[in-house]
Write a protein that binds this ligand. Structure first.
Ligand SMILES: NC(=O)c1ccc[n+]([C@@H]2O[C@H](COP(=O)([O-])OP(=O)(O)OC[C@H]3O[C@@H](n4cnc5c(N)ncnc54)[C@H](OP(=O)(O)O)[C@@H]3O)[C@@H](O)[C@H]2O)c1
Length: 246
């Protein structure tokens, strides 16, 4: 049996399990299975690897995308630059980390906007944000980070409120925070909505709900929006390719 799975904590509803279980059924891959490995401390990863000898690949979700790195034997170069892992390939005991959020986001953004990607504000500075930042760098898109805390050149939400230049000069707003995710659907980053207009574009990494409050606010002002569903599917297919690459 070829085994694949997802590690994280907590793992309530899992997109990956549903996606891969349906994929295996659709493609008649009765030799493949996808399991959830939910554990409360990153050290528990060692026990999973010890017990599950047939594991070939794992997806990694919150809160382990960064914490898992010291437990791996090698990192893909792009993943090393990002500093976060969301996909692990296991071959003859060797565990290699990859970042398919990076691949999925990059492909999804270029499919949406083509070659003319405007300057961007990236909201949030966690694991998903790091993958987004690397994709923007590789696409030569200028961007600034927006965080709740003031560090280095990062902007705060208060900075956006006080100086209208940022929202005007960086019209692509990328939500890489969990704000707006079901069931807290009223949540959204504290952007100065009075500065939002029809030149703005929102790429929201959140995919449930399909239209977040941030997206609704942008659409109601004539802007264009995209949710994280494509990215989610693209990153899952990228993981499948990595697990199967000769
Ligand atoms: N569509 C996809 O394929 C895909 C892939 C990966 C992730 N995602 C989604 O992207 C989101 C972020 O993922 P992640 O793993 O990076 O999450 P995370 O590490 O938990 O949070 C990301 C960042 O969001 C900011 N943040 C967190 N809580 C906040 C709050 N209450 N108010 C304002 N800012 C807050 C923080 O940045 P600061 O401290 O700097 O403010 C944090 O570092 C999640 O919703 C996840 O589901 C989607």
């Amino acid at each position: 049996m070829r085994k694949f799975g997802l590690i994280g904590f907590p793992l309530g509803h899992s997109f990956s399990k549903k996606y891969f279980t349906e994929k295996f059924a659709r493609e008649n891959r009765s030799d493949c299975g996808f399991e959830l490995y939910e554990f409360p401390h990153v050290e528990n990863f060692r026990a999973v690897i010890e017990q599950e000898k047939e594991l070939e690949g794992l997806s990694v979700t919150i809160p382990y995308k960064e914490q898992i790195i010291p437990y791996l034997d090698a990192l893909d170069p792009a993943c090393e630059r990002i500093g976060a892992v969301n996909c692990i390939r296991i071959r003859e005991g060797k565990k290699t980390g990859f970042n398919t959020d990076y691949l999925g986001f990059k492909q999804s953004l270029t499919t949406w906007l083509g070659d003319t990607i405007p300057n961007a504000l990236v909201l949030g500075t966690g694991g998903a944000s790091k993958a987004v930042q690397q994709a923007l760098r590789d696409l030569n898109v200028s961007f600034l980070l927006v965080s709740r805390s003031k560090q280095g050149e990062q902007l705060t939400y208060q900075d956006l409120k006080e100086n209208t230049t940022w929202m005007q000069d960086y019209p692509l707003l990328i939500n890489a925070t969990p704000l707006g995710t079901f069931p807290q659907v009223e949540g959204m980053p504290e952007l100065p909505l009075e500065q939002m207009d029809n030149r703005h574009l929102v790429y929201d990494l959140v995919y449930n709900p399909a239209r977040t409050r941030l997206m609704q606010e942008c659409v109601s002002r004539g802007g264009r929006v995209k949710n994280g569903q494509d990215m989610l599917e693209l990153q899952a297919e990228a993981a499948w390719k990595i697990w199967n690459k000769a």
